[in-house]
Design a protein. Structure first.
Length: 177
């Protein structure tokens, strides 16, 4: 059963790796993500480009994308301008000094962030090391602190200590006379 599951997972991974992202209709240019929002980093991939370098330029980009690679497949990254409006923008890829590919980039709307469902801060101590001290940090309303018995015991022990110190100092002072 493990080999069947391994085979299925491997097949899914191979299929995902070989699936193109968003190729332009006029061929060879892909953008990941396919419809980026303003301010998003994007990855470009161009096929059928002679040489090992190319430049992808667009009014939608913060800066031209420098594409590098070999075997006709070149890749690079850039960022979509944050002040850009939603729409379609032209992308021109220059390979070997000539504009080899032109494509359209669709800039989408920014995704709205999901409302968090968890608490903004922890509500209980985490049992993470400390020798089990996390459970001691919790507030136990049934415990109120030391009572009368504890107070009396403390006073008796303090009195015994005071008498022992007084006796010892008296013995020392008698021995030096």
């Amino acid at each position: 059963m493990s080999s069947l599951r391994l085979t299925l997972c491997t097949g899914v991974l191979v299929a995902a790796a070989l699936t193109p992202t968003a190729y332009a209709a006029d061929g060879g240019v892909s953008v990941e993500p396919a419809a980026p929002a303003p301010g998003t980093d994007i990855a470009l991939r161009v096929t059928d480009c002679p040489g090992s370098t190319a430049v992808a330029a667009s009014a939608a980009f913060v800066a031209d994308a420098r594409l590098t690679g070999s075997g006709g497949t070149l890749t690079g990254e850039t960022r979509v301008r944050t002040s850009l409006e939603v729409g379609v923008y032209a992308v021109k890829v220059t390979c070997g000094g000539n504009v080899r590919h032109t494509s359209d980039l669709t800039v989408g709307t920014p995704a709205t962030p999901a409302t968090p469902t968890a608490h903004a801060s922890p509500v209980a101590p985490v049992s993470a090391g400390g020798g089990g001290t996390a459970r001691l940090a919790t507030v136990d309303e049934s415990r109120t602190g030391p009572g009368t018995a504890h107070t009396v015991t403390g006073l008796v022990l303090a009195g015994i200590a005071a008498v022992a110190v007084a006796l010892r100092s008296a013995r020392r002072s008698r021995g030096t006379d």
